[in-house]
Ligand binder design. Structure first.
Ligand code: AMP
Length: 454
């Protein structure tokens, strides 16, 4: 099959060629004609299958059919909701690539950065908004975005929206789409709540299903090391020093864990960067750019931060910690082995992660091939969950400088303040006839005394 048969305009076909694509991927071949005909689509596909072009190309074409002329106000006619900032940025990059010379403008609305540039772009008028739910709702609340002109709505990675607790935000956004519109919804998996959402927001949709989540790409060479938790850092450094590792995405279960891995790799003389939710958007983008440009060959990420990242030619993925949800394993390893290239996915499993390993192997329907290292598993007793110390015996919290923070006095231990009479000041006339005023300065006490009456 070629792109020529899908009904795209010569301009878009030219842009597709410039992007280096020779043939449509299955999701593109199946989705683009339906979208061009104005149908709703429910796409079961994960990132890496080419689904961005599957919705972006026909969306650009349909919106360009009704151009906005000079002097007219541009209103938001296309809305793409996506769970992570990186993914929003990536989709925007695709719009730049696929939309060259197409009179459709676009912008991203994401949190973690100052809103001024986004507000300015909205003021100038924009056709397509690519947004994360939080910032979009925020700007809607401030009156900067109106969704009453949206003609095409794309809900990307719906299952991840659910995992990240955004499903109510998504429903609030959907409720603001007042005019009839076309809806395209994509999800790698279909949990019950996502299915219910699909039933609520899609009208007579065409279903398109490719690459179900339980079939990881065959080209990915998967392997497993049993290793004690404390030795994972040595094994990782050893693997990263191997020559065939061009670049590697390392998954950590927690944000602190990601930072710790970066520190430990630094000690081993290996440069790496981390992205996770506690980093500012600028820090995340800088880290991603350093990694994508090849300046730094190791990126350490949490699941949420790495979701949907499209890194061309990623040679290795390392599951430093096994994921809590087995489906995440497939999302993680799917970052490598893309665009016809081979990839390697290596997982570490310590004694506390045996249960997660079992769940992953059950999902993919096979045992992961075992490899041996210089750090075989020696601890075979799962660690006891740490008991919570009674109040007062817990380690002191640290302040920003790393010093033990001063404990806050308990409310009843705080010094009782004498009640102030109405007016806020105690006026005493001394024996000498002098007037003494005790109590707070004038103005404030009145507020204090009246506070309980509101
Ligand atoms: P996506 O699933 O949209 O994130 O796309 C994953 C990767 O596949 C991106 O690097 C795209 O540039 C690439 N891609 C998308 N469509 C095609 C295609 N038809 N042929 C080759 N690569 C493609």
């Amino acid at each position: 099959m070629t792109f020529d048969t899908l009904g795209l305009t010569p301009r878009l076909l030219g842009n597709v060629r410039l992007s280096g694509y020779t043939a449509p991927t299955p999701i593109q071949a199946a989705t683009i004609p339906h979208v061009l005909r104005g149908r709703d689509v429910l796409g079961c596909a994960q990132t890496g299958t080419g689904k961005t072009a599957a919705f972006a190309l026909p969306m650009l074409q349909r919106l360009a059919e009704k151009p906005v002329y000079a002097g007219e106000t541009r209103r938001v006619r296309g809305l793409i909701l996506t769970p992570t900032r990186e993914l929003a940025q990536q989709i925007d990059d695709c719009f730049v690539m696929y939309g060259k010379g197409v009179p459709v403008t676009h912008t991203v609305l994401i949190g973690g950065v100052n809103q001024n540039a986004q507000v300015e772009a909205l003021r100038r008028g924009v056709d397509v908004v690519i947004a994360c739910p939080g910032r979009l709702l925020d700007l809607m609340g401030q009156g900067f975005v109106k969704l009453d002109s949206v003609e095409i709505f794309v809900l990307d990675e719906a299952d991840r929206m659910l995992d990240m607790g955004f499903i109510h935000d998504v429903r609030r956004v959907v409720a603001a789409l007042t005019r009839p519109h076309q809806t395209l919804m994509f999800s790698a998996t279909m949990p019950a709540e996502v299915e219910k959402l699909a039933m609520d927001i899609l009208h007579d949709p065409e279903s398109v299903k490719v690459d179900p989540v339980s079939s990881p790409v065959e080209r990915i060479n998967q392997s497993l090391y049993y290793v004690d938790k404390a030795n994972k850092k040595h094994l990782l450094a050893d693997i990263l020093r191997r020559e065939d590792v061009e670049n590697c995405l390392v998954f950590s279960r927690t944000k602190h864990g990601a930072d710790r891995i970066v520190r430990e790799l630094k000690r081993a003389g290996i440069d790496s960067v981390a992205i996770h939710g506690d980093k500012s958007q600028n820090a995340r983008q800088t880290a991603l750019n350093r990694f994508k440009s090849g300046e730094c060959k190791v990126l350490v990420a949490t699941d949420i931060a790495a979701r949907g990242l499209d890194i061309e030619g990623l040679s290795h993925v390392v599951n430093y910690d096994l994921p809590m949800e087995p489906e995440s394993y497939i999302h993680r390893i799917g970052r490598t082995g893309r665009a016809g290239r081979d990839g390697t996915a290596i997982s570490f499993c310590c004694i506390d992660e045996v249960k997660q390993l079992g769940q992953v192997e059950k999902l993919i329907g096979r045992r992961l091939p075992l490899k041996e290292s210089d750090w075989p598993m020696e601890i075979t007793t799962p660690s006891e969950p740490k008991p919570r110390l009674p109040r007062g015996e817990r380690p002191a919290k640290l302040d920003r400088q790393g010093n033990p923070a001063q404990p806050r006095p308990k409310p009843r231990e705080r010094e009782a303040k004498p009640a102030l009479p109405k007016g806020g000041q105690v006026i005493t006339i001394g024996r000498d006839g002098k007037v003494r005023r005790d109590g707070p300065v004038l103005g404030r006490p009145v507020q204090r005394v009246n506070r309980g009456k509101r």
